[in-house]
Design a protein around this ligand. Structure first.
Ligand code: SF4
Length: 94
């Protein structure tokens, strides 16, 4: 599943959540952000409209970090940076 905040996209490969015992992502969201990630049927989920999620999300990356260390590395956060592709091409760092 995936959802967007104001400038980022959070992608959760929830097949990897099978067997997770910590649900560290949900705990991290509640502790460090506004708790937009909730547990639903044993997997992380979000509730609310895309507009609400964009408004409430703090783009803190706590879910991704905690899932790396205490979960099953199921979360990827995409952060588009305008002009980065051109910059990398120019400086040969693609
Ligand atoms: S911590 Fe990671 S593996 Fe565990 S439920 Fe959350 S996203 Fe899934």
């Amino acid at each position: 599943m995936e959802f967007s905040e104001r400038t980022i996209k959070v992608i959760i490969d929830d097949a990897k959540c099978e067997g997770c015992t910590t649900y560290a992502c949900v705990e991290a969201c509640k502790t460090y952000s506004r708790g937009i990630l909730v547990l639903k049927d044993g997997k992380p989920a979000v509730e609310g409209t895309p507009e609400e999620l964009a408004r409430k999300g703090t783009e803190c990356f706590a879910c991704e970090y905690e899932c790396w260390f205490r979960g099953n590395s199921a979360i990827t956060i995409e952060v588009p940076i305008e002009g980065l592709a051109d910059y990398r091409k120019k400086h040969g760092t693609e």
